[in-house]
Design a protein around this ligand. Structure first.
Ligand code: FES
Ligand code: FES
Length: 183
């Protein structure tokens, strides 16, 4: 049987009708189209589906959506403001904190919940906090570096732009090289 609930996601209210057993992860992705939150293990182990509810990081694959009515839900889509990435998003780009990207929204949401509570954690505190978020690609060092860069205020908001510019130059040099060879 369906039930009417109002979910507040990233400050926006959504009135939806859902079955009582619908998981928050399913509702975010399938009903609201917020596909930034990822599904990994589906059993509360990997952290890929992490979102923040009333300031606490939770696994949305283990959370009933109907139980979130009246609570403040934050997902990765809500982090950027006025066209600017959140410092954690910026740091993950700058420090290469991701490869395939499946775990990344969960990593960032977990890190955000820590920094919201404690903006100056030690490296060990970050490691312990983030231990519930698994990554199959990065080896974790880059993720740790990215989070510590935010803690230590070592991010450069123009990094992505400069990097793209550099890549573009390299590509155009390659184009000239092949022309040079044929001449
Ligand atoms: S998908 Fe939820 S913890 Fe893995
Ligand atoms: S970047 Fe691929 S699982 Fe973490």
């Amino acid at each position: 049987m369906k039930k009417k609930v109002t979910l507040t996601v990233n400050g926006e209210e959504h009135e939806i009708e859902i079955e009582a057993n619908r998981l928050l992860l399913q509702v975010l992705r399938d009903t609201l189209g917020l596909t930034g939150t990822k599904e990994g293990c589906s059993i509360g182990v990997c952290g890929a589906c992490s979102v923040i509810i009333d300031g606490r990081v939770v696994s949305s694959c283990l959370t009933l959506a109907a139980a979130c009515a009246g609570k403040k839900i934050e997902t990765i889509e809500g982090l950027a403001e006025d066209g600017r990435l959140h410092p954690l998003q910026q740091a993950f780009i700058e420090y290469g904190g991701f490869q395939c990207g499946i775990c990344t929204p969960g990593q960032i949401m977990a890190a955000k919940s820590l920094l919201d509570e404690n903006p100056k954690p030690t490296e060990d505190e970050v490691k312990e906090w983030m231990s519930g978020n698994l990554c199959r690609c990065t080896g974790y060092y880059k993720i740790l570096e990215a989070v510590m860069a935010v803690v230590n205020n070592k991010i450069d908001p123009d990094f992505a732009f400069r990097k793209r510019e550099q890549t573009a130059k390299i590509q155009s040099l390659d184009v000239y090289k092949s022309v040079a060879k044929t001449n």
